[in-house]
Write a protein that binds this ligand. Structure first.
Ligand SMILES: NC(=O)c1ccc[n+]([C@@H]2O[C@H](COP(=O)([O-])OP(=O)(O)OC[C@H]3O[C@@H](n4cnc5c(N)ncnc54)[C@H](OP(=O)(O)O)[C@@H]3O)[C@@H](O)[C@H]2O)c1
Length: 384
């Protein structure tokens, strides 16, 4: 029986993690959770999970109202509240389903507390991969990724000899505009970008899939998770999102991980610490799937991947600048304030103009995040 702290319970991954907890009350009990602004989700979650003893919300005003309504629960709010929740709640495993930079400090705190981290928040690794790995090496905390590509890689790497593997191949659907050339992207709208061909996900990751910044992030994530050289990780386009990643072996063969595009499988794999019942979450017959189509990845069509690679190669706080500028640009695009193609140019410009610190501490990463956000806001307002 694992006591679970669920960060981001109101989101796409968060609600699927709730399904898994509800499906197997013998293995999981929800002891604490967070939502952001969608506090209207709280009563229903509490009805199904009466053991919850602590909750964090985004706004202090919501915390004050909810405290009156549910006095037996320990309430927290804001970024500081997320950290307090990770320090004070009673849990064995935290599922980090927060989106963006907000997930970094909770990830680090869970590992500092020597707890199990089931990690959907890839931004934690993009901006703080070195800090996360340092904590994993020095403490007793454990990390299980939730991203479907990285669960696929974990499953395959557990079954082969590392020295027999030539490359990791991360599959990509190509996002909402995969059938459009760059020349057609000038006038695309947020509504069009939010229509992903194979996955239903939160807004930010759906935009990141359309630019493919998401795939750049996933290459960085794989590098940190599996200590794999960047030049030996490749992206391959795959239309159906059934093959979640591949290993290219030195003998010329390919090993693939295949399952339907349903995040319940990868989330369960992480939450059961790899000991998931395949009969429940994965298909029983290969005939349920296919056909499969693969295409070569064209970096000129998706420059965001190249921008992400340049940031990680530069190191220091460059990945934090990359992430913050991308997050701000995504939200400006979603609000209709900048065109789609400006996301890439703004991120690229932030990396040129915001200064990079070497060997960053957490404080340096937080500062880089703030500077990059200010830079993007000013740029969008036409100021320098
Ligand atoms: N969705 C997928 O299928 C999928 C697949 C692989 C990886 N991932 C990764 O999983 C993470 C979550 O993605 P998602 O699609 O589930 O996102 P989502 O649907 O937007 O959910 C994000 C959650 O985080 C909360 N949140 C957002 N900003 C916050 C802040 N500043 N403080 C506190 N809470 C905050 C939201 O609260 P409110 O909505 O209540 O404001 C919501 O509960 C991302 O890192 C994504 O890249 C997602």
């Amino acid at each position: 029986m694992r006591k679970v702290l669920l960060l981001g319970a109101s989101g796409s991954i968060g609600s699927q993690a709730l399904d898994i907890i509800e499906k197997d009350p013998g293995s999981f009990v929800l002891s604490a959770f967070s939502v952001g602004y969608r506090v209207e989700k709280i009563p229903e979650i509490l009805l199904k999970h009466p053991e919850v003893s602590a909750i964090c919300v985004r706004k202090e005003e919501d915390r004050l109202n909810l405290e009156k309504e549910y006095p037996s629960i320990q309430w927290h709010s804001g970024d500081e509240g997320l950290k307090e929740l990770c320090l004070a709640a009673d849990y064995d495993m935290a599922v980090n389903a927060l989106v963006g930079f907000s997930g970094l400090i909770p990830s680090l705190t869970v590992l500092q507390e020597n707890k199990i981290l089931a990690l959907a928040n890839k931004e934690s690794l993009v901006v703080g991969g070195e800090l996360v790995n340092k904590l994993l090496r020095s403490g007793k905390g454990k990390l299980y990724p939730i991203d479907s590509e990285h669960v696929a890689l974990a499953k395959m790497l557990d079954r082969v000899k590392r020295e027999d593997v030539e490359k990791l191949l991360i599959t990509a659907s190509g996002g909402s505009f995969r059938n459009k050339g760059r020349g057609e992207l000038g006038s695309v709208t947020p509504e069009m970008a939010l229509h992903h061909p194979t996955w239903r996900m939160g807004a930010k990751i759906t935009i990141d899939s359309a630019t493919m910044m998401n795939k750049g992030f996933e290459v960085i994530e794989a590098m940190y998770l599996y200590d794999w050289p960047l030049e030996k990780i490749e992206i391959v386009l795959h239309d159906e999102s059934m093959v979640h990643s591949l290993l290219q072996m030195k003998d010329g063969s390919f090993v693939a991980d295949i399952s339907k595009p349903d995040m319940h499988g990868p989330i369960a794999y992480a939450m059961y610490e790899k000991k998931v019942d395949y009969q429940v979450y994965f298909a029983k017959s290969i005939a349920d799937f296919g056909p499969y189509h693969f295409h070569r990845f064209n970096p000129e069509r998706y420059p965001a991947v190249q921008i992400a690679m340049q940031a990680i190669e530069r190191g220091g706080t460059a990945p934090a600048i990359l992430n913050a500028a991308n997050e701000e640009a995504d939200y400006l695009f979603l609000a209709g304030k900048i065109p789609f193609l400006s996301i890439e140019s703004i991120v690229s410009s932030a990396l040129k103009h915001v200064s990079v610190q070497r060997n960053p501490s957490l404080r340096d990463i937080l500062a880089a995040d703030s500077y990059a956000r200010i830079y993007v806001q000013r740029k969008a307002e036409g100021r320098n």
